[in-house]
Design a protein. Structure first.
Length: 369
């Protein structure tokens, strides 16, 4: 079945997600603001869910059309081929969003889309009423400047939830953003990696998953696994293929934190992710610990003023980081923070900066190499 697939992303990660999809062999990959589109079939859908590190979900794009009125939204939705993926018994709840559009009421839009999809499916299956007792096929709509995009969500729970984070500290870093930092550092598994502010261990765990070439979705389920339209054997075959491609260590990945409770959480998360043997955790003050010998990559998301410290405390921390690491040779530094004055406090201008979002917080990834 030929499908148009869509991967929504955190702003700033579209190019990285597109590169991942191209590496998988997906066709006609094209990046847009907040999403990446590509062409594929059911196997590509399964593979993208299992392997994407920087995408948030995998949608099937059913269609896009002008929708300045409720009538236009109804007729446009009814014209789409929902029966290609939604079987007779399937449930199809509807959620969506509207931005800069005449149709502002989300509940009203939900009702219209639901009614239109039910009308189409009822006609396709020659049924006056659909049972909706089977698998769940979530419909998602987006209205942007009076243009509607209609999707089916194949992931269910967002892809940043890998299935291993059972606990977290007060300000956890989203897994997709940590994976993006690892990709931008060009870590290939051979270098030493250190996160001295590891918190619940997200960056170190994503580095270990990347080094092992372990599919991030291997330990979780996806809502489309229960769909009649997606053969179960595809999920089984792609999981088996993913396991065969892993590269066991050893790796030199170090993670530290001053908080013993955070370290306990990080160790447990690493165990659940299947990478505990790849990471050496230790309790230490980040500003007092010596960097491991030899060249390496420091990847970290230190506390900053918006979340765990006030602005003055964050500035003092960044000054301390600059002093502690000033003499480091053959080390590359990648520091994610919301501070626009980090370079001034750190005492060095970054070789490169990249704007990223940690949830709703705009941040900069400061890169030193």
């Amino acid at each position: 079945m030929e499908l148009t697939l869509c991967v929504p992303c955190l702003f700033g990660l579209e190019g990285l997600a597109a590169d991942e999809l191209k590496y998988m062999g997906c066709r006609n990959v094209r990046s847009e603001t907040g999403r990446v589109l590509f062409d594929g079939d059911e196997r590509d859908l399964v593979r993208a869910n299992l392997w994407l590190r920087t995408g948030e979900r995998v949608y099937v794009l059913l269609g896009e059309f002008p929708a300045p009125t409720f009538d236009a939204l109804f007729e446009g939705t009814k014209a789409l081929e929902w029966e290609k993926l939604i079987d007779y018994r399937a449930q199809f709840p509807v959620k969506g969003s509207s931005l800069d559009s005449a149709l502002k009421s989300i509940p009203d839009c939900q009702r219209i889309v639901k009614k239109a999809a039910a009308t189409r499916l009822g006609q396709a299956y020659r049924a006056e009423q659909l049972p909706e007792t089977g698998s769940v096929c979530p419909i998602r709509f987006s209205l942007m400047k009076d243009r509607a995009s209609l999707y089916l969500d194949t992931s269910g729970v967002s892809l940043h939830k890998r299935g291993w984070r059972q606990n977290s500290n007060l300000a956890p870093l989203r897994e997709t953003l940590a994976a993006a930092m690892v990709k931008l550092s060009r870590f290939k598994g051979k270098e030493t990696v250190l996160d001295p502010f590891c918190g619940s261990g997200t960056i170190a765990i994503e580095a270990a998953l990347a080094a092992r070439n372990k599919a991030p979705g291997l330990n979780r389920s996806f809502i489309a696994e229960k769909w009649v339209s997606i053969p179960e054997k595809l999920w089984r075959e792609e999981r088996e293929a993913a396991r065969s491609r892993e590269y066991p260590g050893p790796y030199r990945i170090f993670a530290g934190d001053i908080d013993p409770a955070a370290l306990e959480i990080a160790r447990r998360n690493a165990e659940l992710a299947g990478v505990a043997e790849d990471i050496e955790f230790s309790q230490a003050d980040a500003l007092e610990r010596a960097l491991p010998e030899g060249p390496g990559i420091l990847l970290t998301n230190p506390p900053y003023g918006d979340r765990l410290l006030d602005a003055a405390q964050a500035e003092a921390l960044y000054r301390g980081m600059g002093r502690a690491w000033r003499g480091a040779k053959d080390w590359r530094f990648y520091v994610l923070t919301s501070s626009l004055d980090f370079e001034k406090s750190f005492g060095r201008r970054a070789a490169k900066r990249r704007k990223l979002y940690n949830g709703s917080i705009p941040c900069q990834l400061y890169m030193y190499f």
